[in-house]
Design a binder for this molecule. Structure first.
Ligand SMILES: [Zn+2]
Ligand SMILES: [Zn+2]
Ligand SMILES: [Zn+2]
Length: 299
């Protein structure tokens, strides 16, 4: 019995050796079909072959190079550019590029409308920092705060689109308002700039010099005439939200040598607070110093 099993295994082994030899003891005799697989956008054509003895298959690059994609219509805001042959996406949809403008400043939240600069598509959403304000300036603060002059509630601060001056005194040494006279404009909180501005002007209503507060009070843009010199905290929000770390260094307020902006917050009898917009430094200086001024308004 054991002998039979042994002989059976031996025969089986021999058979395996013979099969192995049949498959490996020849050089394949390939029968080629040229360009059997057509070229596509991204791959060349292929020649394929079958071995006439054992049926093995192989292939290699054929004679036609990859065709390259055929560009479909250029990408738009909402549609990608695709290959007209294989539909592969060649350029993603661009997305809309909105310029946001406040279009309803009487509701809360205020409403801004975005118009796409490429295709004119419009969309609305709540007003946000960076939007163009009703006065043609830029929104730099969104919150809920009390205007200290009339106790009204406001939610937005907007900064004028340009400086009201770059070499402006808070008060002067030689003409009214005098730089050594104290005012009641000491508040720094958000919501206090309009009251500060009124207090500075009321302190010397016969000003013979167009000082920082007066320039802002007299500024008119986009039909809005309720501008004022920002309190120190209001001024700081311009720095925080439009200037600090922003790619264009912000609304042209942090560039050049004239970048120490006056606030309407008096610091002492003869000094007022300002902020250095190129460095962010907080400081105060004599009221007779000449510095840039940027008006703001609230709504
Ligand atoms: Zn073969
Ligand atoms: Zn293609
Ligand atoms: Zn668009």
């Amino acid at each position: 019995m054991k002998t039979h099993i042994f002989m059976g295994l031996a025969a089986f082994g021999m058979a395996l050796v013979l099969v192995y030899a049949a498959c490996n003891n020849h050089t394949h005799d390939w029968v080629w079909t040229i360009d059997a697989v057509a070229a596509t956008c991204t791959s060349s054509s292929k020649d394929t072959a079958v071995c006439s003895e054992c049926g093995a298959v192989t292939d290699k690059a054929g004679s036609v190079a990859a065709l390259g994609h055929t560009d479909g219509a250029a990408a738009t805001c909402t549609t990608a550019q695709t290959c007209m042959v294989c539909s592969e996406i060649l350029a993603a949809a661009l997305g809309h590029e909105y310029d946001w403008v406040v279009t309803n400043d009487t509701s809360y939240p205020a409403i801004s409308t975005g118009t796409c600069s490429r295709d004119g598509h419009t969309e609305t959403r709540g007003t946000a920092i960076g939007d163009k304000g009703p006065g043609g300036g830029k929104i730099f603060y969104v919150g809920t705060f009390t205007m200290t002059d009339n106790s009204s509630t406001a939610h937005y601060l907007e900064a004028a689109p340009s400086n009201q001056g770059t070499g402006i005194r808070w008060a002067t040494a030689t003409a009214s308002p005098y730089a050594t006279v104290s005012t009641d404009a000491n508040a720094t909180v958000i919501g206090s700039g309009r009251r500060n501005t009124a207090l500075i002007i009321a302190g010397d209503p016969y000003s013979t010099y167009n000082h920082a507060a007066l320039l802002c009070k007299n500024y008119i843009n986009n039909g809005k005439n309720d501008w004022f010199l920002p309190s120190f905290d209001e001024l700081s929000e311009i720095y925080n939200n439009l200037v600090n770390g922003k790619p264009d260094h912000g609304y042209e307020m942090g560039t050049g040598t004239a970048s120490s902006y006056w606030s309407s917050s008096q610091y002492s009898v003869d000094t007022a607070r300002y902020r250095q917009f190129s460095s962010g430094a907080v400081s105060s200086g004599h009221k007779y110093q000449s510095q840039p001024v940027r008006a703001i308004r609230a709504f």
